[in-house]
Every structure is written in structure tokens, then in C-alpha cells.
Design a protein around this ligand. Sequence first.
Ligand code: SF4
Ligand code: SF4
Length: 466
Amino acid sequence: MSGTDTASFRDKVATVDKEGKRIWIFPQKPKGRFYNARTLLSVFYLFVLFALPFIKYEGHPLFLINVLERKFILFGQIFWPQDFFIFGLGMVIFIIFIALFTVVFGRIFCGWVCPQTIFMELVFRKIEYWIEGDAAAQRVLKNRKWDGDKIFKKVMKWTVFWAISFLIANTFLAYIIGIDELRIVVSDPVNKHFGGFVAIVIFTTLFFFVYSWMREQVCTVVCPYGRMQGVLLDKNSIVVTYDHVRGEPRGKYKKNEERAIGDCIDCNQCVRVCPTGIDIRHGTQLECTNCTACIDACDKMMEAVNLPTGLIRYASENNISTKQPYRFTGRMKAYTAVMILLLVVEVFLLATRTDVGITILRTPGQLYQEQPNNQLSNLYNYKFLNKTYYNKELELKPEDFEGTIKLVGEEKLKVPKESAAAGSMFIYLDKKDVKQRKTKLNIGVYENGEKISTITTSFLGPFGAN
Ligand code: SF4
Ligand code: SF4
């Protein structure tokens, strides 16, 4: 048996023994329609994951998550720290979406989409089966003394694991620094990009460690999402579950014998294939990643003994115990409402997001200045952020006041692509137009004669201005 979970109640993780030592899991290779579907999906998933860093939009990456320079590109759109509230809200929406999804569909994300499961079960584990054989052969190999064959197999496995970890590390880095920068880091001498080299080595080692040693422990012990299942799931959540009504009392299958007990033939196949070492017949458990391996294993056994498949299937606890049809509960409705509201806000923020980030603020500590020709002036600091891939030339015009705007030391306001321009400027007003201590002013920002934004600021006059 792969796992050790035979008790009906557990107060410890299934992969830890009484002494606190780890129990190494040797799951049997799953076979079946769910495993085939997951394999197909993983091929598509991996293709997208590895191809995305190479895809460019207008000469720039389609996706970039450069946390080092706080520069993010999503679907070709650059997001700057100034847009962080949009990005932050997007993350909140994503987390709520995952929570909602979990309430309704359990850990379907873990089994079908999470990179940890995809790489562990559908890449590294497959390689392991290919080199070391199925569960029984792996167990024998582990317990065997180090001979030529064992050394060969282990070295071969670790070499392939290391190579894939290296590939993942490079891809991971490509999402952070971009594929062009990564090419330079990889092709230049090490001493020229020592930081990049160290990052690749660290990430490669980390991925190698995760997939060769940590494995299911990432899902069962480390992952915070896994830990949250206890509060997210309820009896209406659809999870991989054992139909205990149909299956119990379980008993061994005897050929040509009328079956007067439950349908579970106690073959333990569902436990043998489980990569987290649990027995799904004890109900929903924290370690279950909804990988569906036990569904495939059980269906195969049911077919072999001519019983209906689906003894283990996607269903809610209520579906099984009360035969209740699926219900969209109050909690699910509340999550959906919050989700829709946040999505509307996000779409609004994205739709109203401008290509240029602009701030114009009166220079701190400065009052007004007396000027010739009965005029007053105020000094301002401006900052223009060009979020696009093009250089911009902007013009500032008074919107709702008679006055002049003059840049300090600049004729035109030029903002290079993907960067910011900062400086100072004066606004001149006739004294007769300054009727109060603080006058609200609207400044139009124009590009190629077209207004792209209006900025509101204030003009400081003398006390008791008439
Ligand atoms: S109980 Fe079934 S679905 Fe859950 S982790 Fe084990 S094999 Fe996968
Ligand atoms: S695979 Fe199905 S029949 Fe076999 S022990 Fe598990 S639940 Fe019972």
C-alpha cells in the first residue's frame, strides 16, 4: 500500500509516523479517463506556460511581472506602481474567485490547474515511473543496497529532474526580467551578471528540492490554500468523494457470489494511487488535492467486478448522504455578489485608466510671487508618467482661467516612453482674477491638440484677496 492511512480517525498528517518521521509515498501510476484528461490539459498548460515569455506585443513582453523594478505587463498593458490599486484589486478579485470556486467546486484548482500538482504529478512523477518503474519497483529500489543499477537509475532521474528544474527556473526568471534580459544573462560571461546567475542556481535548486524531496508535503503542509479548506468547504461543496451510502459495509469481492453488502470491495486501489497517502473512504480530508486518481482507480475496479462506476466521484457530502440535488446556497450567492461587485469596480478602473499618470502640486513651502504687469505667480512641481511604449509630447493649457503656464527650463513637455518626467512650472494670473486666498484651477493636458486629461490644482493668493 502506498500510504498508511488505515485508521478511521486521524489526528496527524497521513505521511508522518508516530515518531514524527516522514512516510515516503509510493503512489501507483493512475490510469483512466480523468488521468488522460489531466495529461491532455497539462500538455496545453505547459505549452502556454513555457511559450508566454516568448510572445511579444509591440516589441514588448505580453506578460512581465518584474517585482524588482515594480513593472508589470499584463496582456501587453504596462502597469506602474501608480496603477497598483488596479493590480491589487485584481489580486483581491482573484483570491475571492478562488474562495468562491472552492466553496462550490472544492479543490478543483489544486487537481487541475495548480503548477505544483501539474509539475509533480504530470511531469516529474511520470519521469519517475519511466525511469524507476511503478510503485512496487520504486519501493524495492529504495530499499535495495547501492549497486550499479540503482546508481544509474538515481543519477539519471536526478539529472533529468535537475534539467527540468533548470528549465522552470529560467522560465520563472523570464517572467520577472523578460526573455531578452534572460538571454543576455545566460549568454554573457557569468561575472557580468553574477546576480542573474545566482538567481538561476537558487531557483533551480529550489525547484529540484520541491519536486525530488518536498513533493506532496507542499500541498499537505506548506500551501496556505490547502490549510484554508477547512473553513471554505461545506457539505454542499463538490469534491472528490466516496459514496459511503452505496459502498458500506465494505467487503471483499467473491466471484459468483450474490453481493449482500456495500459495493466497496475493499481492494485499497484508491489508497494505493493516492499521491498524498490518504484513504478517501474516511471522507473529505485536508490532504486531498482532488487529483482524481482514486476515481480512476475505483472505476477500473468497479468495471472489473461488473458494478456501476462512480463509487468515488465528484459530488457533495449532501448529494451522497441525503441524495439531495445540487443547491446554490446562500453563502455561494453572497460570494458571487461580492465577486460581481469587485469585477464591476475593476472593469471601471481599467476602462478609466489613462496612458499618462499626471500630478501637479504646488511646491511645498512656497507662497505666491509678485510679478510685473500686476500679476501673481505660483510655483508648481509636476510629474508626468508615460505608461506607453511611445515618446510623448504634451502641452498644458488653462481650462477655466485666464492665465499663463510656463515650464521652468523647458519649452515643451517631453515624456520619454515607459518613464517619468518631473520638473517645475509657474502659473501666472492677473491680480484682478485672484479673488480669494485659494483659487481652484483646471489645467488641460493635450497631446497632438487633443485633450487627454484635466488636472485640478489651486492657486495661492494674498490673505484677504478681494
Ligand atoms: S484522495 Fe483521491 S483525489 Fe484526493 S489526493 Fe488522494 S487520490 Fe487524489
Ligand atoms: S478503489 Fe473503490 S472499491 Fe476499492 S477500496 Fe477504494 S472505494 Fe473500495
